[in-house]
Design a protein around this ligand. Structure first.
Ligand SMILES: C[S@@+](CC[C@H](N)C(=O)[O-])C[C@H]1O[C@@H](n2cnc3c(N)ncnc32)[C@H](O)[C@@H]1O
Length: 189
């Protein structure tokens, strides 16, 4: 007699599990914005330094993945941070990490689509998504974020916006809402 649930390499159940994992980590996020590709930890620190974060700032990471940006912002830059992530498994993982690191008062993660979340509280927004997603988010960022909010985009840019700072090596682009369509200040290479 067969077991009610078989889980062997190559079985139907095995392939269903693989398809579910690929869908959760690659297909759904890829369709909604970008698949998970983590930012190197040194680049995370560079992003947060270039954002000139101070402890009063609220940092939003749009598509927070495994939480490395929001956890580093709280641990090393003493800012309050919020992640928005569409992959529920990453949300569970980040919540567990927040508890382990006793960062409940400083870090939060919200499950959902960045296009449907209110970003107006942010002083700093970080994102590493895709060029198409940046293009689609541009109007939301421009209308929802308050003047002075820094938007730090890894790799991808915003058409028609001028960065106030950029690093060509790590491909970090820093914009400041209110100053983003005016002539750029000196751009550091
Ligand atoms: C390239 S990864 C970047 C992860 C993290 N920010 C980092 O820099 O390491 C993009 C992340 O955005 C998430 N994502 C993609 N589209 C999204 C959407 N519309 N709303 C929320 N999260 C999204 C993906 O699941 C993935 O974890």
């Amino acid at each position: 007699m067969q077991d009610a649930f078989q889980f062997e390499f190559g079985s139907i159940e095995f392939w269903i599990l693989i398809i579910v994992i690929v869908a959760i980590f690659i297909l759904v996020p890829g369709f909604l914005g970008a698949p998970w590709i983590p930012t190197k930890i040194n680049t995370v620190r560079k992003i947060l330094s270039m954002a000139e974060i101070n402890p009063d700032d609220v940092v939003y990471d749009l598509g927070s993945g495994d939480g490395r940006i929001i956890l580093t912002a709280a641990k090393e830059f003493h800012a309050r941070s919020v992640g928005i992530e569409v992959n529920p498994l990453w949300v569970v993982w980040i919540r567990w990490r927040i508890r382990r690191l006793n960062l409940e008062d400083n870090v939060d993660v919200v499950w959902g689509d960045v296009f449907r979340k209110d970003l107006s509280e942010a002083d700093v927004v970080t994102l590493y998504l895709s060029q198409i997603t940046n293009d689609s988010l541009q109007h939301k960022l421009e209308t929802e974020l308050k003047p002075g909010t820094r938007v730090v985009s890894h790799t991808y840019t915003f058409d028609g916006w001028r960065p106030i700072n950029a690093d060509n090596q790590t491909q970090i682009h820093v914009y400041e809402i209110g100053n983003h369509r005016k002539s750029a200040r000196a751009i550091k290479k």
